[in-house]
Design a protein around this ligand. Sequence first.
Ligand code: FES
Length: 257
Amino acid sequence: MTKYVEEARVIGQRVLNRATKQIDLIAPRIAAEAVPGQFVNVQVSRRTAPLLRRPLGIAWVDKQHGAISLIYRIIGDATKILADVCSGDVISVVGPLGHGFDCSAKHPLLVGGGTGLAPLLYLAESMEEEGIRPDVLMGGRTADDLFWKDEYVNLVERMGLTTDDGSLGTRGTVMAELPLMLQRLHYDCVYVCGPAPMMKAVSAAVTEAGIKCQVSLERYMACGLGACLSCSCQGVGKRIKVCQDGPVFWAGEVTEW
Ligand code: FES
């Protein structure tokens, strides 16, 4: 698959909650090629450390205007630098990278937490354009983590919300809602992205229910291009590179979360 290095012009940043922002970029060749589940590597600064690029899932694509949107948590030096980037600045972006989702489901459920909800957002948008409105189940620690509901509301049929502290939706993790949804709503595929313990628990329950399951793994990625092995993990009978063989896998292909 073709990947591009684009000098992308920043057209806006938006605060989503206390620790999360959305950045919008003009990157026409990446926008034209990107499919749901793929990611880009962003060079946050040319002048200061860290020099490595940061992988960010593609959360939204506007093919008509050649724009992509990325959602990121501000948790280290690199993302702090990114948070200070202004409209009109130019940053280097490589992509689209990795393999995306199989989007053939007719009655899909999306399950996510944290920034894992970013690639699922692009998936929901693509499905909605094809006339399929998925259900979504999202979990967070507190109500503040579930700002995502405003991003998804126009794209989905049903929305399930859970928080660890019970401040919004059902108290507990997504596992507090998932079994009943699987039992009642007859999904043909479940798409999962979020923290590793959540993906492990969800994929086990979905597989047990006899439903197909795709997972988008989150790993530290130094190069994003299959060259450094920093993202490698154990698959069935072989080591796999999340950046190159994934980040999306069928649940049965993964043994290490
Ligand atoms: Fe370097 Fe995957 S990030 S091989």
